[in-house]
Each structure stands twice: as structure tokens, then as C-alpha cells.
Ligand binder design. Structure first.
Ligand code: FES
Ligand SMILES: [Fe+2]
Length: 365
């Protein structure tokens, strides 16, 4: 392949045009055609350890509460009062009933209205209930879909199951949600930055590049991508002897993209994940967490096998900041009068070509 081909050849897919990242109209379409129709990750099943545990989310403008029932089932409801539409739950906690802050209409964990101050007789027999949203669990992750007629998630991800089943992720016992962050960049810029490892050498020279070597990743699927991140040879495998894992799984890591906006890093006995959601065209929110096979497992990154919690958080904070700053710079670059999407580098950015096809299919343009 000559240099012209590599840079300008027709065979290389090109990055999306700037309007996909800067146009308010596209951002509105994405809410309707993607975020209200697609599966969005809200956590690990173990983030709701006990009956009546609940967590509230704002999923691209859709108020959602995920609430574990008395019987232990995880359920998702629209978190909007059936009286005059105030948002009911904020944050999270454990509660047998949730009361709306406006006039104190109160709902039980089946979503049914159980009380309304001063109007008991009028409401009798109306069977008022919070709208139930689709919820599916996959590999221990909890996904919500606002579309009541959504097709199931799991059949889309069978290619990932082949890769991940060996880790037995659904058995991981411990998790926490520890990340919420704003970024002044379109949500797709944040997702793309996580879906590819091509930028690691340049953007993370001290935090990641010393430990991660580059190798071709498995080809993406229609709804997902995989970035394979082998550790450099001197890096020690994760300690202990997690059941079923060979040396390769204990040493190397995978970053999984589940379109549209879920990023999952699997590293031996540790999972780090986040979701990125739009806040208009030019800003986004990230939230996510960590899960481990057991709570006592040590942190590991860098040239020593174990880090204290404080050291780990400091390292992770630096790494995330590097990503946020480069994403915000890309958003500014896209305002340029001559900005346009260049060729994607096949081996390193194949995941982006798959992601862009997905986006265009959902939007219809
Ligand atoms: S809006 Fe919720 S009780 Fe009135
Ligand atoms: Fe990065």
C-alpha cells in the first residue's frame, strides 16, 4: 500500500463529519432515535445488594429509577410522578416506598401508588402506577431501555460472550459506583476515545503507555467493539488464582464498547465501566464504577503489583483527566471552518468504523 492510499485511499473508512458532533439537530435526533430506544448500562447487579435498594438516573433527559423489589427482582421505572410530573427519587438509598417531593404521593416497590395526602377516596380503584421500563441483565451488568418494545439485548452480544464467559463476570461479588464527571465534548467523542487504544502512546505517556503494548484487536460486531490491551511482558499477572483464568486473562486487559455508550474494561479480577450520555451537542456526562471478584482484591497498575487505594485513585484521576482534556480539545477542533473527518487507521480504529456505521443506521443519515 503506498502512502497516498494509506492517507487518502477510498478503501479506508473516514471519520464522521463534524456536524454529527456539533449540530443541535443531530443531538436531538440522537435522543429520540438512540437514547430512547437503545440499551444503556446503569450499573452492576451488585450495586443493588439488598431488597428495596434503589438508584435514580438521568438517562439523556429520561428520569429513571432502578429499584430492587421485596422479592429481589431488579426493576426500572420512569422516575416521574403520576400527579404533576415532578421527579420522584434523587440519588439512591434503600426504601420500601418512594414519595414525590412535591405533594407526597407515595409509591411502593411495585411502582403502584399507595397514598396521596387528602385524596384517598378519589384515587380508589384508579390503579395508578409508575411506567415500567425494560431492564435486562447481561454478564452481571444492568441495562435499561426506555422503549417498551425493544428487542432483547443478549442476542446482540453473543460474540462478546465468547470472549468474556471465561471471566465469569456475573459471579463478581463486590462493586461500587464511584465516577460522575462532566466533559465539554459530544458524547460520541468520549465514547470513541474509549473504544480505541491508538491514542494511548500520545495521550497517556506516563499513566498507561509504559504498561500497555499494542496488538491487533478482534474485529468488531454490529453492536460492539473490543480493544485488546496486552500488558508489557514485565507486568505481573493479577494476584491470587481467579477461577478459570489462564495467564493471558490474568495479565492482559480488554476494553469493550457496547454501542451506543457503554465502556467496560475487563482486567483479570477487576472491571471498570462507565456510560457516557449527551448533554446537548457539545457536552456530556460520564458515570460509572468498579467491580471486583471479591472486595479484598488489591489494586494493580504500574510497575508494582499492588497500590494503596489512595495511590490507585490518584492514578485513575490523572488518566481520566488526560482523556477529558483531549476530548474537549477535539470538540473545539470540530468548530474549525475546514474541519473534516480523515481516514481511520484500520488496525487501530476499526472499532470506530463499526461505531459510525451503527450511528448512521440509527439516525438514518
Ligand atoms: S407532582 Fe408528585 S405529588 Fe404532586
Ligand atoms: Fe485514553
Amino acid at each position: 500500500m503506498n502512502a497516498d492510499n494509506l492517507l487518502y485511499g477510498q478503501t479506508l473508512p473516514r471519520a464522521l463529519a463534524p456536524k454529527y458532533y456539533t449540530s443541535p439537530g443531530v443531538a436531538e435526533d440522537e435522543v429520540e432515535k438512540i437514547f430512547r430506544r437503545e440499551w444503556l448500562c446503569v450499573g452492576r447487579s451488585t450495586d443493588w445488594p439488598a431488597p428495596y435498594d434503589y438508584r435514580a438516573f438521568d438517562l439523556a433527559g429520561e428520569p429513571v429509577v432502578v429499584w430492587r423489589s421485596r422479592n429481589g427482582d431488579l426493576q426500572a421505572f420512569e422516575n416521574v410522578c403520576r400527579h404533576r410530573m415532578a421527579v420522584i427519587a434523587s440519588d439512591g438509598g434503600n426504601a420500601r416506598t418512594l414519595s414525590c417531593p412535591y405533594h407526597k404521593w407515595t409509591y411502593d416497590s411495585t411502582g403502584a401508588l399507595r397514598g396521596a395526602p387528602g385524596v384517598a377516596d378519589e384515587l380508589e380503584g384508579l390503579s395508578i402506577c409508575l411506567p415500567r421500563l425494560a431492564l435486562e441483565q447481561w454478564q452481571g451488568f444492568v441495562f435499561v431501555n426506555v422503549d417498551a418494545n425493544a428487542k432483547p439485548l443478549a442476542p446482540r452480544l453473543t460474540g462478546l460472550d465468547e470472549l468474556l464467559n471465561v471471566y465469569r463476570l456475573a459471579e463478581f461479588e463486590w462493586s461500587t459506583q464511584n465516577t460522575t464527571r462532566q466533559c465539554k465534548a459530544n458524547w460520541k467523542i468520549v465514547a470513541e476515545n474509549a473504544y480505541e487504544g491508538y491514542h494511548i502512546t500520545a495521550v497517556h505517556p506516563d499513566t498507561l503507555a509504559p504498561y500497555v503494548s499494542r496488538q491487533a484487536s478482534p474485529p468488531p460486531g454490529e453492536y460492539w467493539s473490543v480493544s485488546y490491551e496486552p500488558r508489557k511482558s514485565e507486568f505481573p499477572p493479577c494476584p491470587g488464582d481467579p477461577p478459570g483464568l489462564g495467564t493471558r486473562e490474568r495479565t492482559d486487559a480488554y476494553t469493550i464498547g457496547i454501542f451506543p455508550s457503554t465502556i467496560i474494561n475487563v482486567d483479570g479480577d477487576t472491571i471498570n465501566w462507565f456510560s457516557t450520555l449527551p448533554q446537548g451537542a457539545d457536552a456530556s456526562t460520564m458515570f460509572g464504577g468498579m467491580s471486583k471478584r471479591s472486595p479484598a482484591g488489591p489494586r494493580r497498575i504500574g510497575d508494582t503489583a499492588e497500590l494503596s487505594e489512595a495511590e490507585f485513585q490518584s492514578w485513575a484521576g490523572e488518566l481520566v483527566l488526560e482523556d477529558v482534556l483531549i476530548c474537549e480539545s477535539i470538540q473545539r477542533g470540530m468548530q474549525g471552518a475546514y474541519a473534516s473527518g480523515g481516514p481511520l487507521i484500520a488496525e487501530q480504529e476499526g472499532s470506530l468504523a463499526a461505531f459510525h456505521s451503527y450511528i448512521k443506521n440509527q439516525l438514518g443519515y
